[in-house]
Design a protein around this ligand. Structure first.
Ligand code: AMP
Length: 280
């Protein structure tokens, strides 16, 4: 496994690989790796000759400086996991290296995909995400790039970014990887206190409840019911609950059988913010 900190050295190595007509799979991450990340890497390995993983905690996608400061960092452990997983190349740039000393996000428009949920509650978040992902695509020029459905809004936004800017990369969404008790794996989970960790599977239970309730009643009634359950919850604070059509991320008046929908939840568990979603 080769580890690069400089983009010039990485580009040199990749151009040699591309001359041999090899397919490159790319998995961007912010580190503190877990089995969810490893599932993306394993899918990339199956479908490409070479798998590149980046580890970079991108400052421009954090609207909250405290959140950025306390984001978990476990680089040594990450590198050992990546080696065992058979990752070929790891890119770990500094902010100065990747941003050319100007650590700011570009402004994007994603046809309304960015207006709700993470885009609404974390101002500028998707400008930061798209800025960094576009930079990585420019440097790496991957054949395929892998994103988790855990961050479903992000996945749809990256698909739009690629489509609008004619970036020649295939974006592949991978299913949410969960703990045995249903909690979606996340780098932030290691920051949960005991009480919060015990309470956190309630998020997935609520998503499943939405699925069940929707077969019995309207979207509005369903949302009211689940919001009520969270109001009574002693530990989890609901930030949003949202039902949307997958492609547009707009809430429908009612569900149509010809379309696909998802339910989304964001909560604060103590000082840790958790998100999850489910296909309906
Ligand atoms: P992050 O390091 O949190 O930025 O995540 C890097 C990539 O891994 C993103 O595409 C995430 O959607 C994906 N990912 C994170 N957690 C999971 C999970 N539990 N299941 C599947 N993919 C995930």
């Amino acid at each position: 496994m080769q580890v690069f900190e400089k983009r010039s050295a990485l580009k040199r190595c990749l151009s040699f690989i591309k001359e041999q007509n090899k397919q490159i799979g790319f998995v961007p991450t912010m580190g503190a790796l877990h089995n969810g990340h490893l599932s993306l890497i394993s899918t990339s390995k199956k479908n490409n000759h070479i798998t590149v993983v980046s580890i970079f905690v991108n400052p421009t996608q954090f609207d909250n400086k405290e959140d950025l400061k306390k984001y978990p960092k476990t680089l040594e452990h990450d590198l050992s996991l990546l080696k065992t997983a058979g990752c070929d190349i790891v890119f770990i740039p500094t902010a100065e290296e990747i941003y050319d000393h100007q650590v700011v996000a570009t402004s994007f428009s994603f046809n309304g995909l960015e207006d709700q949920m993470e885009g609404k509650f974390r101002k500028g978040h998707f400008d930061g995400v798209a800025t960094i992902v576009q930079k990585f695509f420019n440097i790496i020029s991957p054949t395929n790039s892998y994103f988790g459905e855990k961050d479903f809004q992000q996945l749809q936004i990256i698909k739009k970014l690629v489509q609008k800017n004619n970036i020649p990369v295939r974006i592949i969404g991978c299913p949410v990887f969960r703990e045995k008790d249903g909690l979606a794996m996340s780098s932030r989970n290691i920051k949960l206190g005991k009480k919060e960790r015990k309470a956190a599977p309630f998020i997935y239970q609520s998503l499943k409840k939405i699925n069940q309730k929707l077969s019995e009643t309207t979207i509005e009634e369903t949302l009211l019911f689940v919001e009520g359950q969270f109001e009574k919850h002693p530990i989890l604070n609901l930030e949003y609950i949202f039902i949307a059509e997958e492609k547009t991320l707009q809430t429908p008046k009612k569900l149509e059988t010809s379309k696909k929908y998802r339910a989304f939840i964001a909560v604060n568990a103590g000082t840790v913010r958790l998100i999850d979603n489910i296909s309906l």
